[in-house]
Design a protein around this ligand. Structure first.
Ligand code: AMP
Length: 280
């Protein structure tokens, strides 16, 4: 695997691959890799002749400085995992490479998506996500971009940014990879102690409870019981939402023809976890 730190180098490698008719798959990450990330590399390798992964803990998407400061960094292990997965290039830039001084702050018209759920609870977060992914797409010019359903709203936001900026990249969304007991894999799980880790199972259990009872009970009742389950396990809930899977508008009454998703964000002490599940 080739490791490069500059946009020019990664762009040259991407174009070289294209010149020999290899399609380019790209997997952006913030590192502290787990099998969820590797599943995206595997998906890219299946459909592309050349796979680029980036590791960059993007400061502009952290609305909470403490969360940024405590974000896990495990670069040596990450490199080994990417090598083992057969990734072709790791793009590992510095903050200055991505945000040189005087860098213009772009604004992305995300509309409703920027005002709800993650957008509401993490002001500025999606502007930061768009800013970095926009730059990464310019630097890698991929045919295909691999994202995890784990960040459901982020997938919608990035699709919208791609539309706004007319990038030619196609978005491929991959299923959420879970630990054996159901907890969605996340870099932030590394920050949980043993007790917190076992209590954190409540998120996927709450989602499963909503999924199993969806249609039999009102969305309002399901959200209330999911919230009880989270609180009993020591979580402080930011939101629980049952939403239209295409628009993220809240669903107030069940309709079997409407594709629905349940989304949760909650704090286990100072670690904020998110997860979601398609309901039908
Ligand atoms: P992150 O490093 O957390 O910014 O995530 C990088 C990419 O990996 C994003 O597209 C995430 O949605 C995806 N991802 C994170 N966790 C998982 C998971 N458990 N399963 C599948 N994809 C994931």
């Amino acid at each position: 695997m080739i490791i490069v730190k500059t946009k020019n180098e990664v762009l040259a490698l991407s174009r070289q691959a294209r010149n020999i008719r290899k399609s380019v798959g790209f997997v952006p990450t913030m590192g502290a890799l787990h099998y969820g990330h590797i599943s995206l590399i595997e998906a890219s390798k299946k459909s592309n002749g050349f796979t680029i992964c980036s590791i960059f803990v993007n400061p502009t998407q952290f609305n909470n400085p403490d969360d940024f400061a405590k974000y896990p960094i495990t670069i040596e292990k990450d490199i080994n995992m990417l090598e083992a997965a057969g990734c072709d290039v790791l793009f590992f830039p510095t903050v200055n490479e991505m945000y040189p001084s005087g860098d213009e702050v772009a604004f992305y018209e995300l509309g409703y998506l920027d005002t709800i759920l993650e957008g509401k609870f993490r002001p500025g977060h999606y502007q930061g996500v768009c800013r970095i992914v926009d730059k990464l797409l310019l630097a890698t010019e991929p045919d295909n971009l691999y994202l995890g359903q784990k960040d459901f709203q982020q997938c919608m936001v990035i699709k919208k940014m791609i539309e706004i900026k007319q990038h030619k990249t196609k978005v491929v969304i991959c299923e959420t990879i879970r630990e054996q007991d159901g907890l969605a894999m996340s870099s932030r799980n590394m920050r949980l102690n043993e007790q917190e880790r076992s209590l954190s199972l409540a998120i996927s259990q709450a989602l499963l409870h909503i999924k199993l009872a969806y249609g039999a009970q009102s969305p309002e009742a399901l959200i209330a019981s999911a919230n009880d389950l989270l609180e009993q396990n020591g979580f402080k809930t930011d939101y629980i939402s049952i939403s239209d899977a295409n628009t993220l508008e809240p669903i107030t009454s069940w309709n079997k023809d409407q594709k629905a998703v349940a989304l949760i964000a909650a704090f286990m002490n100072d670690v904020r976890l998110i997860d979601n599940m398609i309901l039908n």
